[in-house]
Design a protein around this ligand. Sequence first.
Ligand SMILES: Cc1cc2nc3c(=O)[nH]c(=O)nc-3n(C[C@H](O)[C@H](O)[C@H](O)COP(=O)(O)OP(=O)(O)OC[C@H]3O[C@@H](n4cnc5c(N)ncnc54)[C@H](O)[C@@H]3O)c2cc1C
Length: 379
Amino acid sequence: MNDRDVEDVQSLRAQFRAFLDSAPKPPGLRNYGPTPTADDVAPGRAWHRYLADNGYTCLHWPREFGGAAASVAYQAAFAEECARAGVPRQLNITGPDLVGPVLIKFGSPEQKDRFLGGIRIGDDVWTQLFSEPGAGSDLASLRTRAEHTATGWRIDGQKVWSSAAASADYGLLLARTGPDKHRGLSMFVVPMDTPGVTVRPLTQMDGESKFNEVFFDSAELSDDALIGEVGQGWTLAMVTLGRERLTLGSQAVAMFQLHERMVDAARDHGLLDPVLSRSMTRLWSRMWLLRYTWQRAIDSGDLTSSAFSVLKLMTSETDQHLGDMATEVLGTDACVDPADDELVHHMLVGRAQTILGGTSEIQRNILGERVLGLPKEPR
Ligand SMILES: Cc1cc2nc3c(=O)[nH]c(=O)nc-3n(C[C@H](O)[C@H](O)[C@H](O)COP(=O)(O)OP(=O)(O)OC[C@H]3O[C@@H](n4cnc5c(N)ncnc54)[C@H](O)[C@@H]3O)c2cc1C
């Protein structure tokens, strides 16, 4: 990135901040993260629509599909400013960040016409139907079947951890169409009101319900539900990964706000002795180092860089460390309803960070095998 680009990002950042500060916020809007609960959908949809009307959604999409063709650095600056303003940057992550790029690259002209507009303006909530009870880290071992019929496709099986499925209009489904582990997978669009599709919400330990189980009992999809070619599902699934990493970068900003809140809580509890102060300063320094390292990786513009595995690992573990330290500071005050205390809520939600988007163990495997060249683990 040259000096001109840095200047541009700085002025854009100021523009984002001014826009977000003066934007009218729909009643009930909160920064719910990448996934809305059922109660978040109405304010999230109205907010997304306002962002879309002002050209602030789907920043990474090409202009011909209503995007801004923005650089990675610009997208990261907008995500950071949204985190700072305490608002979501879009209705949910799945439609704009995961489904949009897949449809733009591999969808038929009819699929692009039918689905991209609804994603861009926030009319449609999408859910990602990949993980199964027996297939998470080893996603390609999934067993949900798609059988070709005279009229289209028949789906049988089960998915789990499907974020926002209970509120979703459509799902992006990865299903088995053949025996080969990777080449036997294909990708489909599922209207979530299809007969034979049942969604069962799961409640997390923070009391919110974002995850779901999704069951397919002979659910019939039309022929045009297939995205790309039969057997191309793994290639398409890989396109959806990587985009999630950008949102992790903006998480570093939210961490600073929580750190401040934790220092205040320690002061209120009369705990700010030299030992705790030193631990808090160390954590704060680590957060700054992470933030600068994210910035460098983002400025390089290479989303496939293995540096992102280090960053994913370090960001999620630092985030958990912050939650653990906050629990120590709060003591028995940590036993309140998470809805009443942002720190307690963050500590509980933080457990998910080392799992989503690839677990810490998997990141360490990637680093060991692909970056350090260590022997591959037995498979
Ligand atoms: C907040 C959140 C949102 C999510 N949203 C979605 C969604 O919308 N749609 C969707 O499809 N999925 C979603 N997921 C699921 C997520 O992709 C999986 O949880 C993740 O891939 C891990 O899979 P798993 O839970 O089956 O764990 P497993 O793969 O069963 O792993 C269990 C444990 O074994 C370890 N392990 C596994 N393999 C290895 C190995 N080879 N070497 C060393 N250790 C190993 C793991 O690190 C982990 O600690 C979400 C998860 C979270 C936490």
